[in-house]
Design a protein around this ligand. Sequence first.
Ligand code: ATP
Ligand code: MG
Length: 451
Amino acid sequence: MLERINKFFRQKTIRGKAASGDVVASDEHTLTPEMMSVDALKVVRTLQKAGFQAYVVGGCVRDLLLGLKPKDFDVATNAEPDQVKSLFRRARIIGRRFQIVHVQFNREIIEVTTFRSNQQGKNSNGTRRQTDSGMLTRDNVFGTLSDDASRRDLTINALYYDPIDNSLRDFADGLNDIKKRVVRIMGDPATRFREDPVRLLRVVRFAAKLGFRIESKTAEPMRRLADNLQLVSAPRFFDESLKLFMSGQGLATYQLLDDYRFFDYIVPELSSCLQQDPLAAALIEQAFTNTDLRIRSLKRVTPAFIYAALLWPIVAQRATEYREQGESPLSAQRRAADNAIFSQVVVTAIPKRFSIPMREIWDLQLSLPRRGGVRAERLIGHPRFRAAYDFVLLREESGEDLEGLGDWWTRYQDSDAQQRLEMASAIKEPGSSRTRRRRPRKPKNSAKNVD
Ligand code: ATP
Ligand code: MG
C-alpha cells in the first residue's frame, strides 16, 4: 500500500515554492518511511486519517538526512492540542509558554506540536506575549504550515517530512544548508534571539555537535546579545545546559560557548577562577573530554558529576579562604559548597537529586586520602565511591598533584582481600585513630563548627 502511494507521489513530484514550501521530490532526498520510529509513523497516520496535516519535523529529519541517529521524533500538525489529545489514549498537554502534546507509547514519547504563527491574534484562544526586551513569554497562536516553518529556530530544523507520501517540505533552503554544513537562524537574527535567548545556545549547540559553521549574519549579533541569556528562567537554563554538556561534543561546545562569552552566563562564578588558576581551566576541559569519551563508549554520564566539576574550582578556592580563617577542612569545604550551589541554582536550577550527590563527591575528596586501617574498605562501599574516585582521577589528569592517590585506589580495587589489608595498613596518615584518641576532649559546651 505504502509502496503504491509512494509510486504515485514519485510520479507527481513537483518543485516550486508555495504555502506548502519547496516540495523536495522523493528521489532528491535520502529519507524513507522506514527510517522513522513506528510510533512517530502511528501518530502521523492517525492525525492524517482524522483529516489533519501531520509531518515529522525538526531534529530527527535533520539528523536522518545527515546519517545520524535521532534523539527523538517530533511531529507538527494543524490539529490543536485538545484535538490531538482526543485522538490518542495516552496523551497529555504540557507546557504553558509553549503548549505541546506528549503522546506516550511503550518505548517512547512523541512530541506533537500544533503549527504556530508569528502573528498576533490569528485565533481567538491563542496567546502570544512579549516582554519589553522582545522575549516571548507565551507562544500559543496557532497558524499554518508555512507560518510554523518561519517561527522555527534554524533553517536546518525547518524541514517537514511526510512519511505517508515520502515528500519533504523545505521552507528556507534547509536542505542546502545541511549540505553546506551551515547553521543559519530563520528570519532577522537579532529579533529571533531577543524573542528567545535560548536560540543563542541552540546555534552554538548544533554548530558544535554537527561540526557546522555559523553563518555570518547569524553570528553577527550573537556576542552583543549575550546579556539576554540572563532572562532565561533557571529551570529552562538548567535543561539547556545539560543538552550543551551532554551532546557528545561537550568540549567543542564549551569552547564555542567560551568564544561567544556565553559560558560566563551559565556558570558566572567560574570565570574569575579560570583567569586566576590554570589548573581550573584544565579541569573543566578535562571534564568535558572525559564526558565525551564516556558518551562515545555508551557509559553513563550524570549531570551531578559534570556540575561537580564545573563548580569545583569555586568550591576549592573558597574552602581555602575559609581554612585560612581557621575553619576545619570539612567545615570550610561544606560552607564553600553551600555558597557555590546557592549562587548557581539561581542561574541554572540544579535539582536536589543532583546537588546532593555533588556534595557527596566533594566530601569524599577529603575522605579518600584518609584511607588507612579499616577506612579504605568502608570508603569503597560508599554509594558515591565510584564517582568520587573518577573525580580524583579527573583532578590528577588535569594536573593536580594528589601524591598518587588515584593510582593507589586503582590498585586497591584490583587487589584481593589480603593485598588490600596490606595496602591499608601501610598507610600512615595524620588523623588516624591513635592520633585522634590522644587529642584532649573539648569541654561539653564549647562552640562547634556547624556545617
Ligand atoms: P535535538 O532533539 O537533537 O536536541 P531538535 O532540533 O529536535 O534537536 P528539540 O528541542 O527537540 O530540538 O526541538 C524540536 C524542534 O522544535 C526544533 O528542531 C526546532 O524546529 C523547534 N524548536 C525548538 N526550540 C526552539 C526555539 N527555542 N525556537 C524556535 N524553534 C525551536
Ligand atoms: Mg528533538
